[in-house]
Design a protein around this ligand. Structure first.
Ligand code: ZN
Length: 371
């Protein structure tokens, strides 16, 4: 068990020297080597290989009875959880962290889709969405995850993702910086013991995070996806929590959701070690649901084809990797009354530069803007 104030103190002093949305494989390996330096208690094995031949690693630590299983980056363009894992490794080098060694075991599969990470794409090299592959088992990563989950039979599993920036924590204008979900093991959403346990751990995690990102914690949609790993794990009665890193204002590289991971991990460990002290699952249900209410940028007025209109415009920032470098651009996604929508950034006037005569005739909505 570790006191939460100690975790937040560590974060306040910790130097986040490296961070980015795109985490290419070699850079990940360098950052991991750096984090593992001076931490001989970690065992690092090659668990499998991706389609393009990259090593998928398995990290093991500790010798306690309770087992926390963590994986990240099934979706290659979702690196925040992987950064969070590197911070956990750094924390476990401290005297406080080392005290957990006799109490828990960690099994961590960071970056299970390294080909997707390299190309900054959601899918695997052959185009499979790994988190929709839990039944067909056509990706190396999903085969590996299921094999390792069944072998470890963990007390708790954490599945780390990034969510789209469209989500607010409820509809009130706060972004969902972190969203949680306890998936269901069946379509009827049966409330099994393993689900209730996971909900109560989420309740503790959310309580810890309230002091850091108040009102910016959401509950992810519990739509049933039978081909997702979370649903599969819950079906095996492995308590599973989906963590979705979202967006915060003035935080383009997602350092704030990254920093939420260490409290999320340590609260999970505390929850496993002291189940009786966990909050009631009602706290989980009280977390506001994610609402699709955000744009990355809203302009109050729009200059288009040289004319100033009183019409709002909404834009989303898009990202890609081409020829080894990272690019971003704006997509013009809406034109009209956006007064009931929210934005991570709000401006008075935007000038849209495009060959098109109207919003309707834009063939793709990729535009240049000035503001
Ligand atoms: Zn994802």
């Amino acid at each position: 068990m570790i006191d939460e104030t100690l975790v937040f103190k560590f974060l306040a002093k910790y130097s986040f020297t490296s961070n980015s949305l795109w985490l290419p494989y070699e850079r990940f390996r360098q950052c991991l080597d750096q984090a593992l330096k001076g931490n001989d208690a970690f065992r690092c094995d090659v668990a499998d290989y991706s389609e393009e031949g990259r090593e998928i690693l398995k990290l093991s630590w500790g010798r306690g009875q309770k087992i926390l299983f963590i994986w990240s980056q099934m979706h290659g363009d979702e690196s925040t959880g992987t950064w969070g894992i590197l911070d956990l490794i750094a924390f476990l080098k401290t005297a406080a962290g080392r005290k957990l060694e006799d109490q828990v075991q960690l099994v961590i599969l960071p970056m299970v889709n390294p080909d997707g990470a390299e190309a900054f794409t959601r899918r695997t090299a052959s185009g499979i969405d790994m988190n929709r592959d839990a039944r067909a088992l056509q990706s190396a990563g999903m085969n590996l995850l299921q094999r390792e989950l069944l072998a470890a039979n963990p007390t708790l599993a954490l599945n780390l993702h990034d969510q789209r920036s469209i989500f607010g924590a409820g509809g009130g204008g706060h972004p969902a910086v972190i969203s949680f979900l306890n998936p269901s093991g069946d379509r009827a959403k049966s409330l099994t013991d393993s689900r209730v346990f996971a909900m109560r751990v989420i309740a503790l995690q959310a309580t810890w995070l309230q002091q850091y990102i108040p009102q910016k914690i959401g509950r992810y949609s519990d739509a049933f996806y039978p081909t997702a790993i979370g649903e599969w794990a819950q079906e095996q009665n492995i308590p599973c929590i989906l963590i979705e890193s979202g967006w915060e204002q003035n935080d383009p590289e997602k350092l704030i959701p990254r920093k939420c991971h260490l409290p999320i991990f340590i609260a999970a460990i505390n929850g496993m070690l002291s189940e009786k002290k966990l909050p009631n699952e009602q706290v989980y249900y009280d977390i506001p649901e994610n609402a699709d209410v955000f744009f990355d940028l809203i302009a109050e007025t729009t200059v288009f084809n040289g004319e100033l209109t009183n019409v709002n415009s909404g834009f989303m920032k898009r990202y890609s990797v081409n020829s080894g470098s990272f690019h971003s651009w704006w997509e013009w996604v809406d034109f009209g009354d956006l007064s009931f929508k929210h934005a991570h950034q709000r401006i008075d006037v935007v000038e849209v530069i495009s060959e098109a005569k109207s919003f309707n005739t834009l063939e793709n909505k990729k535009v240049s803007i000035k503001y």
